[in-house]
Design a protein around this ligand. Structure first.
Ligand code: PEP
Length: 263
């Protein structure tokens, strides 16, 4: 039986927008989507602000009964204790976060996060009832040496080896060379790797979870190119960095169905 996966458009703000700016941004985004009569059940929307904004975003979402989801950009693999500067999944859950990004290439690169750490953080997120958005992707050098799928599939394999077969996760395929470069992968490249990732989930955890798991593409996504990605079978949404900081642009990305003529 074919499974329908609800697309997810997720905005990773990185280290941008303080808590006051986050309130103004989320308000404007919600108004823009309300004016456009956005159907959140048809396309889910999530934002990933810095930790210090999360309480403000939670308060606004709850007070205005917004259908927007939110999450953190990282979490600790530990639950509590002497880990200065770390944030527990328990704290994120207490702020009603739905998601948490794990293993973003900037964490892997600047904080030396290994595949094992990424797997431990994924397990921690699931332990606290958060949905991990597990990022995988190859560098330009990996691409040249190993082709497009080998590295992302190997990175994901370490995570798949440590989670239960019914785990609710989102995978984000983000080629490192495409992040912030203005040079997105082609939709065909994204489809090829997303399909390989789905096959690897099926091999590790079974076909049912593979069909259920959403796999996003990330890397220089804009309103002008989102439709091309969303036409492909194995691409279930986008993780958007720079373009998620502009309300009009992010809103247009979320309304990708209008670009592909399916609304
Ligand atoms: C990201 O950092 O996750 C990302 C995809 O960035 P950008 O959209 O700016 O390439």
């Amino acid at each position: 039986m074919a499974v329908t996966r609800v697309p997810l458009i997720a905005g990773n703000w990185k280290m941008n927008l303080d808590h006051l700016q986050s309130i103004a941004f989320v308000q404007k985004l919600a108004w823009s989507l309300r004016d456009a009569k956005h159907d959140y059940a048809a396309t889910e929307v999530a934002v990933f602000p810095p930790y210090t904004d999360l309480r403000s975003v939670q308060t606004l979402v709850s007070a205005d009964k917004l259908e927007l989801r939110y999450g953190a950009q990282d979490l600790s693999q530990h639950d509590s204790g002497a880990y200065t500067g770390e944030i527990s999944g328990a704290f994120l859950k207490a702020l009603d976060c739905r998601y948490v990004i794990i293993g973003h290439s900037e964490r892997r690169q600047y904080h030396s996060e290994s595949d094992d750490v990424v797997a431990s953080k994924t397990v921690a997120a699931l332990r606290h009832g958060l949905v991990p958005v597990v990022c995988v992707g190859e560098t330009a050098d990996d691409l040249e040496k190993h082709g497009p799928s080998a590295v992302p599939v190997a990175q994901l394999a370490v995570v798949l080896g440590q989670i239960a077969a019914d785990a609710d996760i989102v995978v984000a395929y983000e080629p490192v060379w495409a992040i912030g470069s203005g040079q997105a992968a082609t939709p065909e490249q994204a489809q090829q790797v997303c399909a390989a990732l789905r096959e690897s989930i099926a091999a590790a955890l079974g076909d049912e979870i593979a069909q259920r798991t959403r796999i996003l593409y990330g890397g220089s996504v804009k309103a002008a190119n989102i439709a091309g990605f969303m036409k492909h079978r194995d691409v279930d949404g986008a993780l958007v960095g720079g373009a998620s900081l502009d309300v009009d642009e992010f809103s247009a990305i979320i309304r990708f169905r209008q670009h592909v003529g399916t609304v």
